[in-house]
Design a binder for this molecule. Structure first.
Ligand code: F6P
Length: 435
């Protein structure tokens, strides 16, 4: 969680394209109790810190609440919308595309929706394929499929070129479905649009199995990836337990954050050690991981180790300073390194060991969304449409204490959310493993 003293009310203020003058076509009202769903008044807020000590004053720091607005900035009949999907795959991308199209078309009456192809490349006319028309018919059954029907890519494109492309083709709204790198790109497009004083809304939808986007308690795709990863931890346990001194070693995605490793270990309930990037630990020595693993084998004759790919980077000589096209640090491969270290240290201690190594890799993110993620995708997408139609811009839909909120891209990007060593999730891992 970001320290609230580092935030000001101005930083949490969402940009708007101008006065909303068009009446929303949605059948909702501003009054509870009349049998209709409610519009969200524009001054409705969600407290940054809803917990408080009795008698102490509440902090006024708050987010704008998401939801349908009574008045729209855009006239639905004249609105042209673009969707782009960027970065690594993630379960639920097609669900989000589908819900955006259905909400825009059936509920708002927008008839002009397009999908740019292969990420931000699609907004660079020099590199692009033609955008794809998105109708309810086209998206009818895409939510049952993993991946993205639009294609994706990593990497930067010039904000000037992308803003020009949107303006040139008469787009009013751009939805950017992606992780931190994508939202950073969305922010640079929105900034260029603002510099040109164009009435184009840019709204982000937080996608990543790593669950590392700030001001978003859960990103879509995370729970599906955890469900897939849990089955691998269960299988690793079966392998480990079936032989004398078996070690089931599972490496899971999670570059800078150990959310997948921690949650998969907890869901499985079979992990004895969980290694994540946020919590430093010694490898060697009396209190090191290898000594503790040997102790576990000597007493229980099997062990399951779950390691996030970003963990233990300081141990490895091959640590590199390179970055990928999204600006992510390229990692040394902790899985095989750990396997070798376990084998060597057990051999030195004359302890026979068999390590069964599992690397499910992309498998956990290329599957269709589970029900929990499908529900989240549906709600994120519809809230994104409400925000964009009302003229909100340079923002993403966040999730805060189970409420959808509007988060300015300027504060949600550039730094990633990480697992807190003092937080509930990690403390539950410690309670399970006793590590
Ligand atoms: O989306 C984030 C992530 O899943 C990371 O956990 C992982 O390191 C990365 O994607 C790998 O993706 P790619 O090989 O496509 O860059």
């Amino acid at each position: 969680m970001v320290d609230p003293s580092d935030l000001s009310p101005e930083q949490l203020t969402v940009a708007s394209l101008g006065q909303a003058q068009h009446k929303s076509p949605l059948r909702k009202s501003l009054y509870p109790g009349d049998g209709l769903g409610d519009f969200v008044a524009d001054d409705m807020r969600m407290l940054y810190e809803p917990r408080f000590r009795q008698g102490e004053p509440l902090s006024q720091l708050s987010f704008e609440r998401a939801g349908a607005r009574e008045k729209l900035f855009f006239d639905p009949g004249k609105t042209k919308v673009a969707i782009v999907t960027c970065g690594g795959l993630c379960p639920g991308i097609n669900n989000v595309i589908r819900s955006l199209v259905l909400e825009l078309t059936f509920n708002y009456g927008v008839q002009n929706v397009w999908g740019f192809r292969y990420g931000f490349q699609g907004l660079n006319p020099e590199q692009s394929r033609l955008p794809m028309a998105l109708t309810p018919k086209v998206v009818e059954d895409i939510h049952h499929r993993g991946g993205t029907i639009l294609g994706t890519s990593r990497g930067h494109q010039s904000p000037e070129v992308m803003a020009h492309c949107l303006a040139d083709q008469g787009f009013d709204i751009l939805f950017c479905i992606g992780g931190d790198g994508t939202q950073h790109g969305a922010h640079s497009i929105a900034s260029e649009i603002a510099r040109r004083e164009l009435p184009i809304s840019v709204v982000g939808i937080p996608k990543t199995i790593d669950n590392d986007i700030r001001f978003c308690f859960r990103t879509f795709g995370y729970y599906t990836a955890v469900a897939e990863a849990e089955t691998v931890v269960d299988r690793a346990h079966v392998e480990a337990k079936s032989i004398l001194n078996g070690v089931g070693l599972v490496k899971l995605m999670g570059r800078e954050a150990g959310f997948i490793a921690a949650a998969a270990a907890l869901a499985s309930g079979e992990a004895n050690f969980v290694l994540v990037p946020e919590v430093d630990f010694p490898l060697e020595g009396e209190n090191g991981f290898l000594a503790k693993l040997q102790h576990r084998l000597a007493t229980r004759e099997h062990a399951v180790v779950v390691v996030a790919e970003g963990a233990g980077q300081d141990w490895m000589p091959s640590r590199t300073k390179e970055h990928d096209a999204s600006g992510n640090r390229r990692l040394a491969d902790v899985g095989p390194f750990l396997k070798q270290k376990i084998q060597e240290s057990c051999a030195a201690a004359s302890l026979p060991v068999k390590v069964k190594y599992f690397d499910p890799s992309y498998h956990i993110r290329s599957v269709p969304a589970t029900a929990a993620d499908s529900l989240l995708c549906e709600r994120l997408a519809r809230n994104a449409v409400h925000a964009a139609m009302a003229g909100k811009t340079d923002m993403l839909i966040g999730l805060w204490h189970n409420h959808f909120i509007h988060v300015p891209l300027a504060i949600s990007t550039g730094a990633k959310k990480q697992l807190s060593p003092e937080g509930e999730l990690w403390q539950a891992v410690l309670a399970l493993t006793g590590q």
